[in-house]
Design a protein around this ligand. Structure first.
Ligand code: NDP
Length: 283
């Protein structure tokens, strides 16, 4: 018998209108011939609890969660993955056997990008600029990969110190905090440098306040900013000859992990990448 019902997925955020994730997820459904719909949904903070309950009421497969709900949403879920609990943030919900499960795929998407580029993480020294949600997710995952040292550099002291305490108390990495009140000189023994701030996101083309003359060719330099994929921060690193990783790949990879939670199928990453490049009018 023909079914006229599509499986439902979504993205809950506020504001959410400019988030392009629908483009990559819908392209993946189409490529795999799945009758699924992904709806970008404006959910006000005061409506988050009822929106999460609606996932069950509408028999949805799950949803992405974005700002400002990533932290708040934890208290409305039946089960939260251990690493997401540690990060204190969830960006993906899936439903199974009538229960809601919370996961965080941001840092996992970042790690996959480095793995795709054959970057060894074990025993490395990492500097992370920023201490917000994405920095938390990335640093917890990097610690899980066995990096030796993580230096968190942040313009606000409490957030940075809290993240360092979280890493030192719950992981085997050695974390330390640098208060970012002036141009930051990247230590010469840094293996991996990550911009996990929001600096550089379209339409703001600024770059993080570091001394770019302290970058050296052997450093791996990463940016979480997905749009534009080639940020001014990465431009500077490329000039020095560093291997670079952009936020565009991270975005595709985190979406692919969420996709698997929802559909049980491997996501067609190349299709998703092409769809997003087309959307942004890029090659
Ligand atoms: P948050 O607001 O939680 O954190 C932003 C961080 O940037 C904070 O540490 C903040 O400092 C810092 N910051 C803001 N302005 C400046 C500045 N001028 N100089 C230095 N530091 C600054 O955001 P998220 O962590 O959730 O997101 C960060 C970025 O990651 C966003 O631009 C988003 O687009 C991108 N992102 C990318 C994804 C991907 O898959 N590629 C996935 C999700 C997000 P303070 O502590 O003072 O607030």
């Amino acid at each position: 018998m023909k079914s006229y019902r599509s499986e439902l997925l979504g993205l809950f955020g506020c504001p959410v209108d400019e988030n392009p994730t629908v483009v990559i997820i819908e392209a993946a459904f189409k490529a795999l011939g799945l009758d699924y719909r992904y709806n970008t949904t404006l959910v006000q903070p005061e409506d988050l609890e009822v929106a999460v309950k609606a996932l069950k009421a509408f028999n949805m497969k799950g949803t992405h969660i974005t700002l400002p709900h990533k932290i708040e949403v934890l208290k409305y879920l039946d089960v939260v993955a251990d690493d997401a609990k540690l990060m204190g943030a969830v960006n993906t919900i899936y439903l199974k056997d009538g229960k809601t499960y919370g996961e965080n795929t941001d840092g996992k998407g970042f790690i996959i990008s480095l793995e795709q580029g054959s970057v060894e993480m074990k025993g490395k020294k990492v500097v992370v600029l920023g201490a917000g949600g994405v920095a938390r997710s990335i640093t917890v995952e990097l610690a899980g990969q066995g990096v030796e040292e993580i230096t968190v550099v942040n313009i606000e002291r409490t957030m940075g110190e809290n993240l360092v305490t979280l890493l030192n108390e719950n992981t085997d990495t050695n974390a330390n905090f640098i208060f970012w009140d002036e141009t930051y000189n990247v230590p010469s023994d840094t293996d991996i440098l990550v911009n996990a701030t929001s600096v550089g996101l379209y339409p703001d083309t600024n770059k993080a306040n570091i001394n770019y003359e302290t970058l050296t060719e052997k450093m791996i330099v990463c940016d979480v900013i997905p749009n534009p994929p080639q940020t001014a921060f990465l431009d500077e690193a490329k000039k020095v000859g560093c291997k670079t990783f952009d936020g565009f790949s991270m975005l595709i990879n985190q979406g692919a992990i969420s996709f698997k939670f929802w559909t049980g199928q491997e996501a067609p990453i190349d299709v998703m990448r092409t769809a997003l490049l087309n959307e942004f009018g890029l090659e």
